[in-house]
Design a protein around this ligand. Sequence first.
Ligand code: ATP
Ligand code: MG
Length: 258
Amino acid sequence: TGVQTCALPISRRIVITSGKGGVGKTTVCANLGVYLSKLGFRVALLDVDIGLNNLDVIMGLERQVVFDITDVVSGKCRVRQALIQDPNNPSLYVLPSSHTYASSKITGEHIKNVVDIIDHSFDYILIDCSPSLGLITVNSLTAADSVIIPVQCEYFALEGLGKLLSTIKLIQKRLNTELEIEGFVLTMYDARLRLSNQVVEEVKKNFQDMVFQTLINRNTKLAEAPGFGQPAILYDASSRGSEDYMLLAQELINRNQE
Ligand code: ATP
Ligand code: MG
């Protein structure tokens, strides 16, 4: 289909976290993953959150889950056996989190091991975290190159960011000196609302060029898509939400190639 291959020399490991729930992390992870793969990159999505809206569900892959990340770290299976290939995007794979198991047994070393094993097979490894700044998130950040921070254009948008940023600083100092902030992504933006525009202004004032130019608009198609077991691009590829994620993927690639 004329898709370019644009392999990176080594994979870029990006954690998606926010210090706050329901801001669009998993949606960012799924849709960014789809577009990065559409643009010719080999992408793995690692789900380390034990939530309801798990990545495999949002990707429409939950019925294909045989093994999950806890099976991998407990030695029950190999990473390759647990990775699910997206039938719609052959260069996109998902490593599901456990729906039932306590993830507290997963250490930073585990995550680093998993990432090291698949490192050469992928260009982008996106790790979807829970909103809590617990051990799993700290461990993921320790094993990562960078972090994407979604910020919802809503009341209390900046709530939780201070704590997340001080956690990141601490990790940069003690555990992972190479960790970078890839960028802040403004999600659920509504141009008609003064509040939305105020949040954009505020975030840009605080974080300047660390903020992605691409705004993710509030789009019902993005919210509905998981109900149909599909990421937005397949549910409605012409929707505003799909367009936004295409632009975000391109902006991320440009940043990484600078
Ligand atoms: P959690 O902290 O629970 O893991 P999260 O940060 O991963 O949540 P999501 O699950 O991605 O957030 O999104 C929360 C809700 O908002 C979901 O119902 C999702 O479909 C919806 N949503 C995400 N992005 C958008 C958008 N741009 N427009 C409209 N709805 C959206
Ligand atoms: Mg989530």
